[in-house]
Write a protein that binds this ligand. Structure first.
Ligand SMILES: [Zn+2]
Ligand SMILES: [Zn+2]
Length: 379
C-alpha cells in the first residue's frame, strides 16, 4: 500500500476514534465515511439504509456477481483510558471493538476500486449501524434500499487481539454462535420484614429460576454446543425492614445452532413462567440483543484462504466455532459469504477493554485480503 493512502486511512481512523458514536447514533460517523469515499467516485451512493447504513456501489456495467464488503459504524458506551492525541473526546464512549479500523479498511478498498474498477458485476462497500446491540443488520435487511442490491456474496472480518498480526482465522459452517439476552421480571408484594407471610416475596422463585437456567443446557436434547450464563440478578431493596416484592434475573443464552437457541428460548421461558406461577407471582419476560449464528459458506471460505496465501498471510483453520456472536450472521442467513477473524497482534488489550485501540499496522492486511477477494470474483 502506498504511504499516501495509508496516511489518509490512518488520519481517518483517528478522527473516527476521536468522535465515536454508540449504536443508533452513528449520523456523524456515516457523514465522515461518505465524505471520504465520495472522493473515489463510486457509481452510486445509497444513504440512510435501516438507520444510518451506507452503500457505495462500484459498477462494472457488465453482467456478473454482486459482492458486498461490510463494516460496522458503532462504538461502545465505555470510557477510554488511553492518552494519545486521538483519544475519544466523547464521555463514556469509545471505539473499543476496532470498528474504527474496520471502517477504514473498507474505505481503503475505494481507492483500489477507483484505480482498478470491477470488470464483472458490482462491488459494494457497505457500512452498517448498531452492530453491538445486534439490531443494525436486521434493520438494513428490512430496508428495500439494501435488499434491491441482491448480493451474491457478503464478506466481513473482525480483528482478533492476541492473535499474531495478520493471521487469518476462519472455518466453514458455524463461525460464531447465536445468542440472545433474556430478562425475567417477577412481581409479588412487599410487606414488613417481620411479617413476610403478609406479602409475596419472589426470593425463592428467583433462586429456583437461576438454578433452572444453569441446568437447562444439560437437560435439553441439543444438536451442538450451547451455554446459558446468568449475568445479573436483583431482589428487593437494601432495607432490613422490608420483605422484597420484586426480582429481576438476566441471562445470556448462546448456541452454535439456531434451532438449538430456539429450543432453549422456549423451554427457559416456559419453565421460568411455571416457577413464577407456583409462587403466585406475576411474570414479565423480554428477549433482547438477539444474534443469529454466523454460518460461513464453503466456497467463500476457500476464497479467503486463497487471498491469505496470495498475501503471504498465515491461514489458520478453526476446529471449533467462536463462542461470541456477530450480527453479520443475519446477512449470512440470507446471502452466501463468510466472515473471518484477522489477528490484531500479541500482548494487547482485549476487545471492549477500556485501554483497547485498533492497531494501525493491521490496516494494509485487511485491505489486501479484501482486494484479493475482489480479484477472484469481479476482475
Ligand atoms: Zn466488533
Ligand atoms: Zn464489540
Amino acid at each position: 500500500m502506498n504511504k499516501q493512502l495509508l496516511d489518509r486511512l490512518i488520519s481517518l481512523r483517528q478522527v473516527l476514534h476521536k468522535y465515536p458514536e454508540v449504536s443508533g447514533q452513528e449520523a456523524q460517523t456515516a457523514k465522515r465515511i461518505k465524505k471520504f469515499i465520495a472522493d473515489y467516485q463510486p457509481d452510486e451512493i445509497i444513504e440512510n439504509i435501516g438507520t444510518y447504513g451506507l452503500a457505495f456501489i462500484f459498477d462494472s456495467k457488465n453482467e456478473g456477481p454482486v459482492t458486498v464488503f461490510r463494516s460496522e459504524l458503532d462504538a461502545l458506551p465505555i470510557e477510554e483510558i488511553n492518552n494519545f492525541t486521538w483519544k475519544s473526546v466523547v464521555p463514556e464512549t469509545s471505539h473499543k471493538c476496532g470498528h474504527d479500523g474496520h471502517m477504514v479498511m473498507i474505505a481503503g478498498l475505494a481507492d483500489y476500486l477507483y484505480h482498478n474498477p470491477p470488470k464483472r458485476g458490482k462491488v459494494i462497500l457497505m457500512y452498517q449501524p448498531e452492530e453491538e446491540t445486534g439490531t443494525g443488520a436486521l434493520k438494513m435487511l428490512q430496508d428495500e434500499k439494501f435488499t434491491q442490491l441482491n448480493p451474491d456474496y457478503v464478506f466481513a472480518l473482525h480483528n482478533l487481539p492476541n492473535v499474531p498480526l495478520g493471521e487469518i482465522r476462519c472455518r466453514d459452517d458455524v463461525f460464531a454462535a447465536a445468542s440472545v439476552g433474556m430478562i425475567i421480571r417477577l412481581k409479588g408484594k412487599t410487606s414488613h420484614a417481620a411479617q413476610p407471610e403478609k406479602g409475596k416475596s419472589p426470593a425463592g422463585a428467583m433462586a429456583e429460576i437461576i438454578q433452572m437456567l444453569e441446568a437447562l443446557v444439560r437437560e435439553t436434547e441439543l444438536s451442538d454446543f450451547a451455554l446459558i450464563t446468568p449475568v445479573f440478578a436483583r431482589l428487593g431493596e437494601k432495607a432490613f425492614g422490608t420483605t422484597p416484592g420484586y426480582a429481576e434475573v438476566m441471562a445470556t443464552i448462546r448456541s452454535y445452532r439456531n434451532p438449538d437457541l430456539d429450543k432453549l428460548k422456549k423451554s427457559a421461558r416456559k419453565k421460568a413462567e411455571m416457577i413464577a406461577e407456583t409462587y403466585g407471582l406475576s411474570f414479565d419476560f423480554e428477549w433482547v440483543e438477539e444474534f443469529s449464528a454466523s454460518i460461513n459458506q464453503k466456497e467463500a471460505v476457500e476464497m479467503i484462504k486463497v487471498s491469505a496465501i496470495e498475501n503471504g498471510l498465515n491461514y489458520h483453520h478453526l476446529t471449533t466455532p467462536n463462542r461470541w456472536s456477530e450480527d453479520f450472521g443475519y446477512f449470512l442467513e440470507k446471502y452466501p459469504g463468510a466472515i473471518f477473524g484477522l489477528g490484531a497482534g500479541m500482548d494487547m488489550p482485549e476487545l471492549h477493554n477500556p485501554d483497547y485501540d485498533f492497531p494501525e499496522d493491521l490496516i494494509p492486511h485487511g485491505v489486501h485480503i479484501f482486494q484479493s477477494i475482489i480479484k477472484q470474483i469481479n476482475q
